[in-house]
Design a protein around this ligand. Structure first.
Ligand SMILES: Cc1cc2nc3c(=O)[nH]c(=O)nc-3n(C[C@H](O)[C@H](O)[C@H](O)COP(=O)(O)OP(=O)(O)OC[C@H]3O[C@@H](n4cnc5c(N)ncnc54)[C@H](O)[C@@H]3O)c2cc1C
Length: 233
């Protein structure tokens, strides 16, 4: 999406290829700062948007020539001495006859900041870092036969001093736009789980009346409930 305009009568979205979609409403799960940019929010709102920061993440995938790595689906590493905070084995979450039997893949999640040394590291460097760190933690060998890396720019909202006021300014701007709803992890700057994001979507659909109007008070009540969401890992 490149641009967004809403009015009391409807909404228009301009896509990256220049095509335009017209509709009754826009419900956005984009990062709220990106939405404000695309919708041409006033300068004060964009300044607040620039102050809302997120931790980034590099996902490092190690292919191992073994059927299973350990008996657990995931290992958590709370220590700051370990570069990743979780290593999971996706094969543990699925059961498909099509999967190769003698190969497994680990996924290491390395939190970082955009442009820092981790973000800019090569795939080879990241693979070596994960394998050697796992060995140092006394875990079974994770010498990979192949490594892939993927970078996630907006992974975790940073709740620094002053974030609440900046978020409130953006939230108030979004609420002032007719026929626009911001929701989801990125849309509400929430550190949440998938089931929380689904609960937000269900609450939004509950607030949409049959005649196409939106029950703002029902949504406001749902927003208060979202404050009780607690991340489960
Ligand atoms: C590393 C990590 C691990 C997680 N593990 C778990 C877990 O084990 N269990 C669990 O329940 N939850 C987990 N979560 C949380 C879960 O991923 C979220 O709760 C869920 O994805 C939120 O859904 P959403 O649709 O609100 O936001 P998202 O899934 O973040 O969707 C936002 C979308 O906006 C798109 N977007 C961003 N910027 C732009 C832009 N400028 N233009 C266009 N599109 C853009 C993104 O590509 C994305 O598709 C994890 C999250 C992270 C980051």
């Amino acid at each position: 999406m490149q641009g967004l305009a809403t009015s009391r009568d409807g909404a228009t979205v301009t896509l990256a290829d220049g095509s335009v979609i017209c509709g009754g409403r826009v419900w956005s799960t984009l990062p709220l700062p990106a939405l404000a940019q695309m919708a041409g929010a006033p300068r004060g709102v964009l300044v607040a948007a620039a102050g809302l920061t997120q931790r980034a993440l590099v996902l490092v995938y190690l292919a191992l020539p073994i059927p299973r790595w350990t008996e657990y689906d995931a290992h958590y590493f709370p220590s700051l001495d370990v570069p990743f905070h979780r290593v999971s084995e996706p094969k543990r979450y699925r059961d498909s006859a099509d999967d190769p039997r003698d190969v497994t893949v680990l996924c290491a999640e390395i939190p970082c900041d955009l442009g820092d040394a981790t973000w800019c590291a090569t795939t080879q460097e990241l693979g070596d870092l994960v394998a050697t760190s796992l060995e140092r933690e006394g875990l079974p060998s994770a010498a990979p036969v192949h490594v892939e890396a993927r970078r996630v720019p907006n992974a975790y909202p940073v709740y620094d001093l002053g974030y609440a006021a900046r978020f409130a300014a953006l939230d108030a701007w979004a609420a002032s736009r007719p026929r626009l709803l911001t929701l989801g992890r990125q849309g509400l700057f929430a550190h949440d789980n998938t089931h929380h994001a689904l609960a937000m979507a269900w609450a939004a659909t509950d607030a949409l009346r049959d005649d196409g109007s939106f029950d703002e008070s029902l949504w406001a009540a749902a927003r208060r409930d979202f404050a009780d969401h607690v991340v489960e890992d």
